[in-house]
Design a protein around this ligand. Structure first.
Ligand SMILES: Nc1nc2c(ncn2[C@@H]2O[C@H](COP(=O)(O)OP(=O)(O)OP(=O)(O)O)[C@@H](O)[C@H]2O)c(=O)[nH]1
Ligand SMILES: [Mg+2]
Length: 304
């Protein structure tokens, strides 16, 4: 019998949630970076085979919000744990401590009826002998708040360790039923949004700590045309919005070098994704406190 259902991946920032969803789906639906709070809104990644359809929901890392953007991100998480079949609670094996954010997540999901799987990621970073101790830290706390992990699975997405076991466990808890999405659907993120996310990923990777979280990327033009040689070309114009004038200078860099680097890396990846040539133009704009301005929160808000 065919099985189909929703799987939400939640956890603290930087646990590897988006990396897992991309790996399970076999397609980069979500950007990933070494910096926390990379994902800002829920993204679906869908994988269908002859026996099952798994609809993953990647969510922003749980943190204590400092501004409206943070609040919207956390509302995304809350909506993603309602009425799904499986919740994967992902933790980083190399940081096995329970802080306020972990407590909040575990208290929240303990009260739900969903099947919760504890997924301990990045086991490639620790000695194998430490895994049992880590399991008991989370298991004991979860039990103390009335929760019960249906499964506990140590994994390394990098080494593809434990992923088959994880998949089998997930399918076990999916209901029998028809496909939810058509077989060829992979994600709900649009090409335009993916372009914005890819540019944000390159910006996060190329900028130092101070600037990245104050950045928003907006595509202002996204048009396909034929060039003189009758090849398809996308003209894409993008605003990179930052919070401060001083950040603008950092993003542009000396003689525009930083912006060029971000643009080149992004263009190559966007061309691969769209399978066509891309003419990419980046502009840097300053909008103070955009993270507290409803008008500029755009897709983060609309995803709730
Ligand atoms: N060593 C190791 N690193 C990993 C593994 N999985 C993911 N990472 C790295 O962990 C970092 C964070 O990964 P993300 O997938 O962006 O984490 P996230 O949980 O989605 O983070 P937010 O979107 O900020 O909540 C990236 O640098 C990944 O490459 C793993 O199995 N082992
Ligand atoms: Mg993420």
């Amino acid at each position: 019998m065919f099985k189909a259902g929703y799987i939400t991946v939640v956890g603290k920032p930087n646990a590897g949630k988006s990396t897992l969803v991309n790996k399970m789906v076999g397609f980069k639906v979500a950007i990933t970076t070494p910096k926390p709070q990379t994902t800002r809104f829920n993204i679906k990644g869908i994988i269908t085979d002859e026996n099952s359809q798994m609809v993953y929901i990647d969510t922003p890392g749980v943190h204590i919000p400092k501004d409206k953007m943070g609040e919207y991100m956390m509302k995304n998480v809350e909506s993603a744990i309602e009425s799904v079949d499986v919740i994967i609670y992902m933790v980083d094996a190399s940081r096995p401590t329970i802080d306020k954010a972990n407590e909040t997540i575990m208290k929240n999901i303990a009260g739900k009826k969903n099947n919760v799987i504890l997924c301990i990621n990045k086991i490639d970073k620790i000695e194998k002998g430490k895994i049992l101790k880590i399991i008991s830290i989370y298991d004991e706390f979860f039990k103390s708040v009335g929760g019960n992990f249906k499964e506990i699975i140590p994994i390394s997405v990098y080494k593809e360790d434990g992923l088959n076991i994880l998949k089998e466990c997930i399918v076990k808890y999916l209901p029998e039923g028809e496909m939810i999405y058509s077989e060829d659907e992979i994600t709900d993120i649009t090409e335009r949004e993916l372009v914005e996310e890819i540019i944000r990923e390159k910006a996060l990777n190329n900028l130092n700590e101070e600037v990245p979280h104050g950045i928003k990327v907006e595509v202002t033009k996204f048009k396909k045309r034929k060039n003189r040689e009758k090849q398809s070309v996308y003209d894409i114009e993008v605003n990179i919005i930052c919070e401060k004038q001083s950040h603008k200078g950092i993003i542009i860099g000396k003689d525009g070098a930083k912006l060029k680097q971000i643009g080149t890396q992004a263009r190559i990846e966007i061309e691969n994704m769209l399978e066509d040539k891309v003419n990419l133009q980046l502009w840097v704009k300053v909008r103070e406190n955009w993270q507290d301005d409803d008008n500029y929160l755009g897709n983060i808000k609309s995803k709730i």
